[in-house]
Ligand binder design. Structure first.
Ligand SMILES: Nc1ncnc2c1ncn2[C@@H]1O[C@H](COP(=O)(O)OP(=O)(O)OP(=O)(O)O)[C@@H](O)[C@H]1O
Length: 425
């Protein structure tokens, strides 16, 4: 029988938090002995109507112990007359942290530029996009060249090392006119770049994290090409707010770009759209030629085309003013960022971060079961919560994929260690 069926309605809720606290004195702290309240393991108990939230400090425990103690706390809270639901939220147990790195504190927005293949104009687009964004008054922009296999930004912007360190020992980005830049090329000393998996991942994330970016409105990241491990780890570890894909209109390039789009979406990185590069050219007689008139990139990728660039010297000119197409691209990127940002998470969202994994599933399904049809259910997690969706579907007696089983269903990554699932039954 469900808990709320056996609790009389006249149990007063005003001192419910005290009664839950008293009950928690029955639960032993497996580390310090004594009870979880006096030992400081439970740091707060709060009540909203009949719903109890208990904050617990689970650091110092291994995962199985954290799981046991969390469950004991939750069950004891649920046994308190008047409690309808109980959730335990806490800091992660030792060893539960993942690979994701925190974003630079002073950087507002991180935009990644990616391509399925090398040579399609990714670096050209990232560099021009950074220049175009920096052309807006009072908009501070950085450019991070994470393309390990072809770090061409120093060459394009005429940048040279050595890289200086600030007082904390962090690398100072190089002044590149209207923007600041950092490149793996600046630390490689012209050596052949034969990076291997783990080393490559560390180089990208460490340089990103250890650069003293300061206060920036936007940081543009030129990712390595492809859909391999390095791109995957880069997009999982860097706090990317939105990604721009660069493709030529050639059908095979579009097909490869579609695979990149899937990879980004599967990893919760919002796709802002595609830049179609080298779409056509204007010949000496002044006539414009579309090289692939039959390719409709927007339809094939089902993503907005942010701009189409001609094959033209102006596009790769970094000395004079920023080409008009790039200013339009910067506007389109800003507009799309507003669309994808439009996803606010209410305070009452169920925050599963820091809880042992088996407990997370139970808490999520229990909470979800008692949401009313039509009511939104939000949960926060520190990694992709999509696998949980099938359990939510089953919890309310439905079947099929969550997109079909629910009225609304969306999963978004909002930054390192922060994923949101929003469901309306
Ligand atoms: N629209 C364009 N018109 C003319 N030349 C272009 C255009 N876009 C890119 N290029 C040129 O094409 C070449 C490849 O571009 P770029 O280096 O930007 O590609 P990439 O995808 O970053 O390549 P890699 O993966 O090798 O770093 C460069 O010489 C660049 O100047």
């Amino acid at each position: 029988m469900a808990k709320h069926d056996i609790v009389p309605d006249d149990v007063p809720t005003d001192d419910l938090a005290d009664r839950v606290r008293n009950g928690l004195r029955d639960v032993e702290d497996p580390d310090l002995g004594g009870n979880v309240l006096d030992s400081g393991l439970v740091t707060a108990v709060s009540v909203d109507e009949r719903v109890v939230r208990i904050d617990a400090d689970l650091t110092g425990f291994d995962e199985p112990t954290a799981e046991d103690v969390t469950e004991a706390i939750r069950r004891r809270a649920l046994a308190t007359p008047g409690v309808e639901r109980a959730t335990v939220e806490g800091d992660a147990p030792d060893g539960a942290a993942d690979d994701e790195i925190d974003g630079p504190a002073g950087v507002d927005t991180v935009i990644a530029v990616a391509s399925a293949k090398g040579g399609v104009g990714k670096t050209t687009v990232s560099t021009q996009l950074a220049r175009a964004l920096a052309a807006e008054p009072d908009h501070d922009v950085g450019l991070f060249d994470a393309d390990l296999y072809g770090p061409n930004v120093p060459e394009l912007l005429d940048l040279e090392g050595p890289i200086a360190a600030d007082a904390e020992g962090n690398a100072e980005p190089i002044d590149a006119g209207d923007l600041t830049a950092m490149s793996v090329g600046l630390i490689a000393n012209d050596e052949p770049l034969a990076w291997r998996g783990a080393m490559a991942h560390e180089a990208v994330s460490e340089l990103f994290e250890d650069t003293a970016w300061g206060e920036l409105d936007t940081l543009v990241v030129d990712l390595p090409p492809g859909t391999g491990d390095i791109v995957l780890t880069a997009l999982q570890s860097l706090p990317i707010d939105g990604a721009v894909l660069v493709s030529t209109p050639h059908p095979t390039s579009v097909a490869d770009t579609s695979r990149s789009a899937t990879l980004f979406e599967e990893n919760g990185v919002p796709l802002l759209g595609t830049v179609v590069n080298m779409r056509g050219f204007t010949c000496d007689c002044g006539r414009e030629h579309d090289l692939f008139p039959d390719t409709d990139v927007e339809r094939e990728l089902d993503k907005p085309v942010l701009c189409e660039l001609p094959f033209d010297e102006r596009v790769r000119d970094f000395d004079d003013g920023v080409p008009a197409e790039m200013i339009d691209l910067a506007d389109a990127v800003r507009e799309r960022l507003e669309d994808v940002d439009d996803f606010s998470v209410p305070d009452h969202a169920l925050d599963l971060r820091g809880l042992p994994k088996p407990i997370r599933h139970e808490q999520a399904t229990e909470e979800f079961r008692v949401t009313e049809p039509g009511e939104w259910f939000y949960l926060l997690n520190d990694h992709d919560p999509s696998p949980l969706a099938a359990e939510l579907v089953a919890a309310v007696g439905r079947d099929g994929p969550p997109g079909d089983a629910f009225e609304e269903y969306e999963v978004r990554r909002r930054g390192p260690n922060e994923w949101v699932m929003a469901v309306s039954r």
